[in-house]
Ligand binder design. Structure first.
Ligand code: CMC
Length: 426
């Protein structure tokens, strides 16, 4: 017998029945696709708090338990035992790579990291001081002009090639966007460097690929820095149907080019409520300025007449803890021994965390530190400028967006995203 939900219209006592579809993990859904045809009414769900927009087998979150899995594997296991490229391969292929598969994948990404010379010239058109997120979104859309003939691709191999290309090029575009914003010459990727190392290299190197050496004569890109950045990319790789992923899927649903869909995702991510929070957290800590000012700042956050929010706190799905934040907090503690972490900012952050975790306002609303609360201090220790925090999120998330795009394209039952409205006008 089918499981169903019955809805009664209390005005008429008429009953409507809808199927329940079970998930392999997490809550079942009620299939309301015939709701309008049956009842003549729409459903209303501001911010999609109760709406599943698609079927997916990529990423699973249990917000109550604080659980996050990519293709069934827990995030803590992936962060501890695997590289970011392992994770990219896993998301794209539903399995972890063998050594040989990983080598091929890595080599291909290194080769594809270079940008078309035409695209390089595009950066000159943007004003000096442009925020790297704006340039990154625009340059990613422009990438579709170089691969326009791929618009009508229709098979798995082409999808995968599209994916590998964008994953490889996004760090280069992001690094160029930054260097343009400060008027520094572009540094091309170095084929001999790994994915995460290359990004630090493109941000830090001098023309001709020369690198600073520290007082001991060691190369300044340290293994511990590469590993930390790699972990940050892993933690950001996918997060089911968040605002930017939903944007990518909506654009995909119209049949537009995948790279403009990713560009739209980048724009959606930029906002402070989403990926832009990582930049805002550090800006907020700097604004607070000292541990003594934390109390008055928390009072502002709690004031119902003040719209001020604590950046890096709260999450739509995690109502207990964000497992990514837990991993980053541990990473912060490990890095403390090896890198120079800004102890002044960390003291302010600790004080905020201590108050918030024990305060009725935050407890009642299930507001806990999220990934962005901890990532900023680590990124600062990696000498990544504040304006590049959200681009770092973009680099990590690109694999998630393109994997979700592929899933959308392969699911022939998916329709154009076209919500309805509750009309209250004249
Ligand atoms: N500081 C203070 N109060 C908050 C915060 C916060 N950061 N977040 C939520 N609240 C309060 C909010 O005022 C509301 O209170 P009340 O019930 O009295 O009106 C209640 O908590 C519920 O808030 P909401 O806006 O309905 O919750 P939401 O699930 O729609 O929003 C959120 C989730 C992440 C947008 C929100 O918590 C927020 O703005 N956080 C700060 C920005 C941030 O850190 N974003 C990064 C999210 S993690 C990275 C990512 O995946 O994007």
């Amino acid at each position: 017998m089918k499981n169903t939900v019955t809805i009664i219209d209390n005005r008429t006592n008429k009953e409507y029945e809808f199927d329940i579809v079970d998930a392999t993990r997490g809550p079942s859904v009620v299939d309301i696709s015939t709701f309008y045809t049956q009842t003549g009414m729409f459903t209303y769900d501001n911010g999609y708090t109760s709406t599943a927009s698609c079927k997916s087998d990529i990423t699973f979150i249990d917000g109550t338990k604080g659980e996050l899995r990519y293709r069934g594997i827990e995030i803590s296991e992936l962060a501890q035992k695997h590289s970011y490229l392992d994770v990219c391969y896993l998301l794209l292929n539903s399995k972890l790579p063998s050594e040989e598969e990983l080598n091929d994948f890595d080599l291909e990404l290194r080769h594809r990291a270079f940008l078309h010379e035409g695209l390089r010239h595009l950066f000159q058109a943007f004003p000096a001081g442009a925020h790297p997120m704006a340039t990154l979104s625009a340059a990613t859309a422009a990438l579709s002009t170089f691969y326009y003939d791929h618009l009508n691709i229709n098979n798995e191999n082409d999808y995968q090639e599209m994916a590998r290309r964008i994953i490889a090029k996004i760090p280069t575009i992001a690094a160029f966007a930054f260097r343009h914003s400060i008027g520094a010459p572009f540094i091309h990727p170095d084929i001999d460097r790994s994915f995460s190392e290359n990004f630090l290299y493109m941000l830090r190197a001098y023309p001709g690929g020369k690198m600073h050496r520290n007082i001991k004569g060691e190369n300044v890109i340290r293994e511990i820095e590469i590993k930390a950045l790699d972990t940050i990319f892993t933690l950001h790789a996918d997060h089911e149907q968040n605002a930017s992923t939903t944007t990518v899927r909506s654009v995909a649903s119209t049949g537009a080019h995948p790279y403009v869909a990713i560009s739209a995702g980048i724009s959606a991510l930029w906002g402070r409520a989403h990926g832009g929070a990582n930049e805002s957290v550090i800006a907020q800590l700097e604004m607070i300025g000292s541990v003594e000012n934390v109390d008055s700042f928390i009072a502002r956050v709690k004031d119902p007449n003040d719209s001020f929010r604590l950046m890096g706190f709260g999450h739509r799905v995690y109502k207990n803890f964000d497992p990514r934040a837990k991993i980053l907090k541990e990473l912060q503690d490990q890095l403390k021994k090896e890198l120079v972490l800004d102890s002044h900012l960390m003291d302010i952050a600790h004080k905020i965390e201590e108050i918030a975790l024990n305060d009725e306002y935050f407890i009642k609303r299930n507001l806990y530190p999220n990934i962005d609360f901890y990532s900023g201090v680590i990124l600062t220790a990696l000498k990544i400028p504040k304006s590049m925090f959200t681009p770092v999120f973009v680099i990590g998330r690109t694999v998630g967006w393109i994997t979700q795009w592929i899933e959308f394209k392969k699911d022939k039952t998916m329709k154009i995203a076209r919500p309805r409205q509750l009309y209250l006008g004249k």
